[in-house]
Ligand binder design. Structure first.
Ligand SMILES: NC(=O)c1ccc[n+]([C@@H]2O[C@H](COP(=O)([O-])OP(=O)(O)OC[C@H]3O[C@@H](n4cnc5c(N)ncnc54)[C@H](O)[C@@H]3O)[C@@H](O)[C@H]2O)c1
Length: 165
């Protein structure tokens, strides 16, 4: 995603705490003139990194193995992390994008799922840390949209992979 945004001519400030990611995935951007990297946990207070046109919240353990290993960090990044990044977007009146998931539908009773389907979700099941984190993150995103008029988008991604994954 970062590579594509840079290729479109934009400037990017990226952040990751490497909970489940790897520094080597950024090696090709080390000398890029329009890329700055901050090693940080988005659940913690964020440094002043200037104004933004767009804030993308893509931080989260994403695979079942990863969120099973980090259930509390997974809930934190969807809740506290979402709040921090929404505040960052609000400060600049930036557009905000949340990368959500097909797991929002839980164990769906409809196939294929449409956006009007609300899901069949178990809040105490083994995947609940991920499903509920993303559902909360979606609810928080809509609250900022409705309450502050923030321009928000939610992308429910279904199993997707790309370079270095
Ligand atoms: N790839 C898919 O099929 C898919 C499907 C549905 C949703 N998503 C969502 O899209 C986003 C990106 O997924 P991905 O597949 O590129 O995963 P990824 O594991 O490549 O990237 C997620 C990154 O978030 C980082 N991270 C985790 N907690 C953090 C925190 N508190 N602070 C800062 N960084 C943190 C990890 O270290 C990792 O590098 C995730 O939010 C994921 O839940 C992906």
């Amino acid at each position: 995603m970062c590579d594509r945004i840079l290729a479109d001519g934009h400037t990017v400030v990226g952040a990751d705490n490497f909970l489940t990611g790897h520094r080597r995935n950024l090696a090709h951007l080390a000398d890029h003139p329009r890329f700055t990297f901050l090693e940080l946990d988005v659940c913690r207070p964020l440094p002043d990194a200037g104004a933004f046109d767009c804030v993308i919240h893509a931080a989260s353990p994403a695979s079942p193995k990863d969120y099973a290993a980090h259930p509390i960090a997974t809930l934190d990044v969807g809740s506290a992390g979402s709040r921090n990044l929404l505040e960052l977007a609000l400060a600049s009146r930036a557009r905000y994008l949340l990368t959500s998931t097909s797991e929002c539908y839980g164990d769906p009773l409809e196939h294929p799922q449409t956006e009007s389907y609300w899901g069949n979700v178990n809040p105490v099941g083994p995947r609940s840390c991920y499903d509920e984190s993303k559902r909360f993150a979606e609810a928080m995103t809509m609250a900022y949209h409705r309450h502050y008029g923030l321009r928000t988008n939610i992308a429910r991604i279904f199993n997707t992979y790309g370079p270095r994954m």
